[in-house]
Design a protein around this ligand. Structure first.
Ligand code: FES
Ligand SMILES: [Fe+2]
Length: 378
């Protein structure tokens, strides 16, 4: 499988010696993997949600037991979106989705349950009619969706669990304390690279809470490969306003996992915070990003009440720069990478290539990232 730019008309510049041969970004989206579809709180019982992931129309809801379900949002009769219909309660306690055009009803497993226009003695096998069903998992307050290459493809793994997930006392599932969502008008690859990019922070995210671009400091970060990505190893961070709120002996660790998950864990002797950024492609030119936060730090419950404008600004700053980048990318220019600040981008491309190649060849994924120390000024 190759990764080429979406615009076929402009020539791709030849790779120079030392260049990563996998230079083109914006190629096929990563499949055969779990994506964050939404948070569990967003998905209310009794309602239908019209979604699009990786360009596929999807309707989501909850079944009679409250478990999430996802079906292709195209009625097999005459293609009306099922999400425009309604959820019905069936006598057996189950739920069905009723198409708004001719009232065909579908179970939450995708099977057809009822066609109102059929009369009693008309022979017709409802079992032959199916809407495609997607595999979902509900875990740590998130609904994950598995997006296979082959429509019949089934997950061979469960969604990732993060190191240092913050569990409240006596609970086995983490509770989402805060979430913020934004749309990024770009290809998933650029959104993920923007998420990983250390060098943009002082320029894009100017804020009184962060240091400005005038006071760049040299940093040295230690990285190691993980099961599906790489981790900036646990370290004592440079002092900042945010860390001072939590206080104590702070340790920070940042994990990156395919397809586009970045989990930042901040801990002191007593408390923990985990900020998960999850990027999910809506289609080839648009993604959504969620900043999902877990914590057991009491003071954050108070700060949360006033934090929304700040986190909103943060995401909007990324959204703005992605939109601007889109202007330039429309001319299909060659892109550059420099040491060491762009190394994470190179790793992402290698991880993506290996994931897609391994899936296409039906073999296990072998992480191509090696342990490394990276240095930059940010
Ligand atoms: S289009 Fe859905 S029932 Fe006819
Ligand atoms: Fe950013």
């Amino acid at each position: 499988m190759t990764d080429t730019t979406s615009s076929a008309s402009a020539p791709t510049p030849a790779a120079k010696p030392g260049d990563d041969p996998f230079r083109a970004l914006g190629g096929p989206l990563i499949r055969d993997i779990w994506y964050v579809a939404m948070t569990a709180d967003e998905l209310k019982s009794g309602k239908l949600y019209k979604k699009k992931f990786l360009g596929e129309p999807i309707v989501m809801g909850r079944d009679g037991k409250g478990a999430p379900f996802a079906l292709r949002d195209v009625c097999p009769h005459r293609a009306v979106p099922l999400s425009a219909g309604q959820m019905l309660d069936e006598p057996d306690g189950g739920k069905t989705v009723e198409c708004p055009y001719h009232g065909w009803r579908f179970r939450t497993d995708g099977g057809c349950a009822h066609i109102p226009s059929l009369v009693k003695d008309q022979p017709f096998d409802l079992e032959k009619i199916r809407v495609r069903k997607y595999a979902l998992a509900e875990q740590d307050g998130l609904i994950w969706i598995y997006m296979p290459t082959d429509p019949a493809g089934e997950p061979d793994s469960t969604p990732p669990r993060f190191e240092n997930m913050v569990l409240l006392k006596g609970q086995t599932e983490a509770k989402v304390k805060y979430v913020q969502r934004a749309e990024l008008a770009c290809h998933q690859d650029h959104a993920v690279i923007g998420l990983l990019d250390p060098a943009h922070t002082p320029f894009v995210h100017k804020s009184p809470l962060w240091r400005s671009s005038k006071t760049l400091k040299e940093k040295e970060k230690h990285y190691a490969p993980s099961e599906m990505g790489f981790t900036m190893l646990s370290h004592k961070p440079v002092n900042s306003y945010i860390y001072n709120i939590i206080g104590g002996e702070i340790r920070v660790e940042i994990q990156f996992l395919l397809p586009g998950l970045r989990a930042e864990s901040i801990r002191n002797e007593k408390y923990g915070f985990l900020g998960l950024a999850a990027i999910t492609p809506i289609d080839e030119n648009l993604c959504e990003i969620r900043e999902i936060m877990y914590w057991d730090v009491p003071i954050l419950n108070l700060i949360k009440l006033i934090a929304r404008p700040f986190t909103h600004t943060f995401l909007e700053q990324d959204a703005r720069i992605m939109k601007l980048q889109g202007e330039g990318l429309s001319y299909n220019p060659p892109l550059m990478q420099i040491p060491d600040a762009d190394t994470l981008m190179v790793w992402y491309r290698r991880l993506k290539r290996e994931w897609m190649t391994a899936k296409a060849e039906g073999r296990d994924f072998k992480n191509p990232v090696k342990p490394a120390v990276l240095r930059w000024r940010t």
